[in-house]
Design a protein around this ligand. Structure first.
Ligand code: ZN
Length: 130
């Protein structure tokens, strides 16, 4: 089970590295012929910068996850102790809770921050309206 996780993480790392390879081309633009080319190159470089940043961050996260995957208590829910599915770990690497516990936690948080509507309107209402 742990080997599958490591293999999946390494596949993801390869994917991000490929993105970085592809993006690299945009930074090696040829001497520009005219203004239109220049515009195009500039947009490409901006886009490539965003893509590269994203891929680098993702790589850092994945490498941290890979490190974590090598220890045996990795990816267990901090609340119930059940294993967190790999798809969830990849989609939300920062998650320390399984889906069920996360949903429960979000519901509790939503209840705590809930302000009843009449409470919001009480101050703006006119004194005579009563
Ligand atoms: Zn849980």
């Amino acid at each position: 089970m742990y080997n599958t996780r490591i293999a999946a993480l390494m596949a993801q790392i390869e994917k991000e590295k490929n993105i970085l390879q592809l993006v690299r081309g945009a930074f090696q633009a040829e001497p520009c012929a005219d203004e239109l080319d220049l515009d195009f190159t500039f947009t490409n470089v901006q886009f490539a910068t965003i893509m590269a940043k994203r891929a680098m961050e993702r790589l850092k996260t994945l490498e941290a996850l890979l490190e974590k995957a090598r220890s045996h208590d990795a990816f267990l829910c901090a609340e119930c102790g059940e294993p967190i599915p790999l798809e969830r770990v990849l989609a939300a690497p920062e998650s320390t809770l399984c889906r069920d516990c996360q949903e429960l936690w979000e519901r509790q948080k939503a209840c705590e921050s809930y302000v009843p509507p009449q409470h919001l309107h009480s101050r703006s209402r006119g004194g005579m309206a009563g």
